[in-house]
Design a protein around this ligand. Structure first.
Ligand code: SF4
Length: 527
């Protein structure tokens, strides 16, 4: 049996930074990051490069050490918007109510996702144990037991998940034991998720923890193969994959958001697993491959013509539909070409800038380059030097650089608005594309129109290129409005900070933070 990298015997999974060496701060060109990542050797499990030569056990890629974070999410929040979005299960957030503050926003995303997938609209069902000071002193396991019981009595869910928070991790709550006890009592899976926020500086670790729990305790152990079923690990996007995969005779099984218990359970019966983003899907795809023999698609993600071709061909190879797929690819190229030519003409001379999660950004930049747009810079919120599978053709950053050329200013930064001014002033851009909307107002105040990419499947496939091109025409038409806005708004930073050329100056010179600020001199520090 091939060596397994994902250990389902444990209730917890390793953090992303420890498992695959992910980072959150870096600045350079995309080609330099490809080189520094050493995807190939990491993928083969060979001695991995890390900081200072890389003999270290953690094998983390070398990164800039920022002294503070202006804002962030955490793994607990990601579990809330993943596991909390399973239609017939319950998530219990074991912590103070503050950790559940963003669930109202997640409810909106859940409802929009249900509408996009044509499922009945409902509220999400996340309970909080609402811990108080007394619980922090005397422990809160009884409160957790009672909450599990209440959730079961009220909703009779098919499974109950428990998410850990920083507080319950600090006081050492034993959620594994409580889960075992209640699972035996209730006769449904009760799944502990070790997602306390301080556990990892990568919120993406929350994706892995969610998927670990699902594969470990929900997915069927004795699968009966469904040869026309393909898993797509996704978020809340519109169902464009059904249309793309119908010519290959495949039905789509979306995971995890808006899926039901039974849809998740049948993941081991699928013919293959693919994803719209390897950052999101790699852990689950690898776990299904290693433990249930469900092959994952070894290809880049389906963005832009070249990668969509390669993605479809890789699926065709697994399902034995090569001939039909070649004909389909040919007809799709011919279908979109006139519209693509028209869009390229209208967008000629424009530049774009992408700010999204890691592998997804690689796909979006491919789409922009396919439309003939210049891309001088980009921000990814973290970078994975390798994905869990280590499969050769999933090296999305290398694929981007090899296919569409280098990106001179490729920045890894975790949604830090204070860095945005310095990052944007060194590139030419007519618009920005953003996934985490908190950065959009900053770009708007700088006079740059923003496309907030709410539906993450929007750029997928051949039609995705056309969809993005058409919406960009609307976005750049707002440029004048944004320019007026920028003349009447203030970013709120000192002149000294705005005069900095290096967005990572505080990582390179952290001593600046200890120096007094002179308001009369543009907020300038000594030194
Ligand atoms: S970082 Fe910790 S305290 Fe903050 S929301 Fe996440 S789990 Fe709760």
């Amino acid at each position: 049996m091939a060596k397994r990298t994902i250990n389902l015997d444990m209730t917890a999974c390793d953090n992303r930074e420890m498992r695959i060496g992910s980072i959150t701060s870096w600045d350079g060109s995309a080609s330099e990051l490809v080189e520094a990542s050493g995807y190939e050797e990491r993928g083969k499990g060979e001695k991995r490069r890390g900081c200072a030569g890389g003999k270290g056990k953690l094998c983390q890629l070398c990164e800039l050490n920022m002294p503070f974070s202006q804002q962030t999410m955490c793994a607990n929040a990601i579990v809330g918007c993943q596991i909390g979005n399973i239609t017939d299960c319950i998530l219990i957030d074991h912590g103070p109510i503050g950790c559940s503050a963003n669930h109202a926003r997640f409810n909106l995303g859940y409802k929009m996702g249900l509408i996009r997938r044509g499922k009945p609209v409902e509220n999400l069902r996340i309970f909080s144990t609402n811990l108080k000071e007394r619980d922090m002193v005397f422990g809160a396991s009884d409160r957790l037991r009672q909450t599990i019981q209440d959730a079961y009595d009220r909703y009779h869910p098919k499974a109950i998940f428990i998410s850990m928070s920083c507080s319950t991790a600090i006081i050492g709550e034993d959620i594994d034991s409580v889960a075992d006890e209640k699972e035996a009592e209730l006769g449904i899976p009760v799944v502990p998720l070790h997602c306390e926020g301080f556990r990892s500086k990568h919120w993406s670790t929350g994706f892995d923890i969610s998927q670990h729990g699902v594969v470990r305790q929900i997915v069927k152990r004795n699968p009966k193969k469904q040869p026309d079923l393909i898993n797509i690990v996704a978020l809340w996007g519109t169902d464009h994959f059904t249309e793309m995969l119908k010519p290959l005779g495949l039905r789509v099984n979306y995971m995890i958001d808006m899926a039901s218990y039974d849809e998740l359970a049948q993941a081991s019966e699928a013919v293959a697993t693919a994803t719209f983003c390897h950052t999101l899907g790699s852990y689950m795809a690898t776990a299904l491959e290693e433990h249930f023999g469900v092959p994952q698609i070894d290809a880049p993600q389906p963005y832009g013509i070249a990668a969509t071709d390669d993605w479809l061909r890789a699926i065709a190879k697994v399902v034995g539909k090569e001939e039909e797929t070649e004909a389909y690819i040919q007809s799709e190229h011919e279908r979109i070409q006139p519209k693509l030519d028209e869009l390229r003409e209208k967008l000629k001379g424009l530049n774009g800038f992408v700010m999204t999660g890691s592998a997804y950004a690689h796909g979006l930049i491919s789409v922009l380059r396919e439309l003939g747009l210049g891309v001088e810079g980009s921000i990814v919120f973290h970078h994975d030097p390798v994905y869990d599978s280590g499969h050769e053709h999933q090296n999305t950053l290398k694929y981007l650089v090899d296919t569409y050329g280098d990106i001179p200013h490729f920045t890894v930064s975790k949604t830090q608005p204070f860095q945005l001014y310095a990052i944007l002033k060194r590139v030419r851009t007519d618009f920005v594309i953003i996934r985490h909307n908190g950065l959009a107002p900053v770009a708007a105040k700088l006079g740059i129109p923003a496309l907030a990419m709410g539906d993450e499947h929007f750029p997928v496939g051949y039609d995705g290129i056309i969809r993005v091109g058409e919406i960009l025409l609307d976005i750049v038409a707002r440029k004048k409005f944004n320019q007026v806005l920028s003349r009447h708004t203030d970013l709120g930073y000192t002149d000294w900070w705005l005069s900095q050329e290096d967005p990572f100056v505080l990582a390179r010179k952290p001593e600046l933070l200890d120096e007094p600020i002179h308001e009369e001199n543009g907020g300038k520090y000594d030194g």
